[in-house]
Design a binder for this molecule. Structure first.
Ligand code: TMP
Length: 236
């Protein structure tokens, strides 16, 4: 079963209303999302890619999730650092991530895509499928329906999944010495579920999600990502 069956059905149902739905094939921008567990090197790779593309004259915008808008950044604080976070239910957590995404898509992502910008998202809807659905164990059908409602048909052209062994990622997070946030403080088994969840998603959607081995030197990873982006952009 395709994990985005529900999202696709939802997009079809709402496609008669342009304010609710955007067919990603109808504009000139390119939507690229980065995914992976904590410690996988996402931030470094996003920075290297954005610098390279900008130097080549490409209009590029990088945004993170949760966050990316004033509303989204407040939601991010609530999710990661607020004192009240320790009593947050998994259901509330799911809806807060979705709320931040719904705002980001409509306030920023769609206008930028329509202006022909290459939009890089540091996490997008796959994070919710994996963290809240597969790792937290919330019903996948509900998670996918909520994801579909939040994005309203705006889906990535390409998703780069930085895959790293859980032990290596775990050591990287703990080696920083800084205070860990609410999500980073989850037990090791949680991150193993996250890794396996992402790999399962990639097997279900090989046309969109590219798995990149994040255990190598940053320059090698960067070169592979660049090739992926260039190949995929020419297909649109
Ligand atoms: P990060 O982007 O700085 O890694 O922090 C975001 C944290 O939130 C990370 O632990 C993953 C988690 N997360 C979810 O659990 N669900 C989501 O939908 C998103 C976007 C992030």
């Amino acid at each position: 079963m395709l994990l985005f069956d529900i999202a696709a059905r939802h997009a079809k149902k709402t496609s008669s209303n342009p304010a609710q739905s955007l067919n990603t094939a109808t504009h000139n921008g390119f939507l690229l999302s980065f995914e992976g567990s904590e410690g996988c090197g996402k931030s470094t790779q996003i920075r290297l890619l954005a610098e390279h593309l900008k130097a080549a004259g490409q209009a590029v915008e990088v945004m993170r999730e949760p966050g990316g808008t004033a509303i989204g950044e407040e939601v991010r604080h609530l999710l990661q650092h607020a004192k009240a976070g320790h009593v947050m239910t998994h259901e509330a957590e799911l809806l807060l991530f979705a709320a931040s995404r719904a705002q980001l898509v409509r306030e920023k992502v769609r206008p930028l895509l329509e202006a022909g910008v290459l939009v890089i998202l540091d996490r997008f809807l796959d994070s919710t499928t994996v963290y809240q659905g597969m790792a937290r164990g919330l019903p996948l059908a509900s998670v996918q329906a909520i994801n579909a409602f939040a994005v309203g048909g705006t889906l990535p052209h390409l998703t780069v999944l930085l895959d790293l062994e859980t032990d290596t990622a775990w050591q990287r997070i703990h080696a920083t010495g800084r205070e860990l946030d609410r999500m980073e403080s989850q037990p090791r088994e949680f991150f193993e579920k996250v890794r396996q969840g992402y790999l399962e998603l990639a097997r279900a959607e090989p046309g969109r999600i590219a798995v990149v081995d994040a255990g190598r030197a940053p320059e090698l990873i960067h070169a592979e990502i660049l090739k992926l982006v260039e190949t995929r952009r020419h297909a649109f």
